[in-house]
Design a protein around this ligand. Sequence first.
Ligand code: FAD
Length: 285
Amino acid sequence: MKVLTDFDLTNYNSYRIKAKCKRAYFPETEEDVISFYKKEEPFVLLGSGHNVILSKDYYDTNFLVFNGNFQDSIVNSSTDEIVAESGITMLNLSELALENGLSGLEIFYDIPSSLGGAVVMNAGASGEEIKDVLVKVRYLDLDDMIIKEIYKEDMGFEYRNSFFQRNTNKVILKVWLKLQLMEKSIIKEKMETIKEQRWAKQPKDYPNAGSVFKRPKGYYVGAIMDELGLKGFAIGGAKISEKHGGFIINYNAAKGQDIIDIIVEVKKRVMERFNVDLEIEQRII
Ligand SMILES: Cc1cc2nc3c(=O)[nH]c(=O)nc-3n(C[C@H](O)[C@H](O)[C@H](O)COP(=O)(O)OP(=O)(O)OC[C@H]3O[C@@H](n4cnc5c(N)ncnc54)[C@H](O)[C@@H]3O)c2cc1C
């Protein structure tokens, strides 16, 4: 397993916040993951880093990173299933599905994520979520260091919430996805159409980590920001995107704390005006 000391995390978080960690481990096998946890040292688990806010400049802890490593996959054409390790990117997985004429992962062509991160976050868009195609998950339970499997039905999925978000002592290793046979050209067209629609709305010119808040019942975060005049509101090097009020962008060497300060201020103003307690979607590390 590759292990790097004083590792620069800037390119491993999509906000591009500058931070380092004591050591970064990049597992290739289940044995690597188990050996990492046998050390019993404090750790941070990171997928592809597209939904995290790094709050420190330096982490005196080890990071276990699933970002394009630990990414073997198998396509089972008799059952239309793909079984993949949790470090594979959703981009690669959606392209693998396309190559095999399997539909169900088109939205993930433009949701930057590792497979493990997508399950934890129950990532989705356009009315679809990863749970719709999920069969089961194999994971390492850090409570007893036993590898277990859990079926979708037992994972209590909700909007941007899952069993694994509520139980952070479980490490996703492998995922079974059930897809549907379909004409490749139809799959490709859906991928490209969704991507085009999303790019038209999202701020692609500055680093960000997607929607900061979960959508509150009966409201849209973008519309709330418009009404409060908060688009463009900045603290330090971070600001609320003028293009999409649900996104915070790093426009000038932002610190994680700048982003957190904006979140605190927005939550306060939204509570005062709408009596709504905005819930953060992103994970503060
Ligand atoms: C431009 C942009 C657009 C986005 N659009 C969307 C969208 O449309 N829909 C959407 O849902 N999200 C969206 N996001 C957010 C992000 O893509 C998802 O939340 C994604 O699923 C995060 O996955 P990740 O691998 O990057 O996880 P990370 O950010 O690395 O981690 C997220 C959490 O998952 C945990 N985790 C990661 N891997 C594992 C594992 N193997 N086992 C256990 N825990 C693990 C981490 O510890 C952390 O708590 C967007 C982000 C960006 C930057």
